[in-house]
Design a protein around this ligand. Structure first.
Ligand code: ADP
Ligand code: MG
Length: 174
């Protein structure tokens, strides 16, 4: 198997954590689109949003997605990558898309423990838990639309990695 693998899901669902472990297990390269953007622009997500607004950030995000997509590469995407129909279509056509699904309470717990404020600007200025619920309600259908596989991400990382590998193997065999 060499097809690119895309991880989608809300902030805190584990795209970076699971992505790194999964890449290692599959002997894939690992890229994080937010991190790639930071390196290539020399700005943080917060700084890009401040100087170019969310539309500017979204345009750069699409560009990042296309630049990093390659065989044997695991791509952890930003939480809003699925907003653009173009991005959803691109990922579905180019590789296997995995939605790491976790309930809002779990996401809130993780983000409150590790806020990383500079890298994760609040989208609405509301309390974290409320914002997470609202944003997830809006994006859940898009994560599902984009994904070939929906994986329960509210369990230990090793189990998630195994579940993703099993889903990919099954898909390949069918
Ligand atoms: P994302 O890249 O999707 O925003 P991260 O991988 O950065 O998410 O994870 C967000 C936080 O949640 C990190 O502190 C990470 O250690 C923690 N985390 C990720 N996956 C799990 C998991 N399966 N169980 C418990 N904590 C997790
Ligand atoms: Mg991440």
């Amino acid at each position: 198997m060499t097809q690119p693998i895309f991880l989608v899901g809300a902030r805190g669902c584990g795209k970076t954590t699971i992505g790194k472990a999964l890449a290692k297990a599959l002997e894939y390269a690992f890229v994080d689109t937010d991190h790639w953007l930071l390196e290539s622009s020399g700005m943080t997500v917060a700084e890009i949003v401040e100087s170019e607004g969310w539309p500017g950030f979204r345009a750069r995000e699409t560009q990042a997605l296309k630049s990093v997509t390659a065989p044997s590469t695991l791509i952890a995407t930003g939480g809003g990558m699925v907003l653009a129909p173009e991005n959803r279509l691109f990922m579905r056509e180019k590789g296997a898309v995995i939605y790491l699904q976790a309930p809002p309470q779990e996401l809130a717990r993780r983000l409150e423990a590790f806020p990383e404020a500079g890298q994760r600007p609040t989208l609405t200025g509301k309390p974290v838990a409320q914002e997470i619920s609202e944003v997830l309600a809006e994006r859940e259908p898009l994560y599902r639309q984009a994904a070939h596989h929906v994986i329960n991400a509210a369990r230990p990382p090793e189990e998630i990695v195994e579940a993703v590998i099993a889903a990919l193997r099954l898909a390949q065999a069918s």
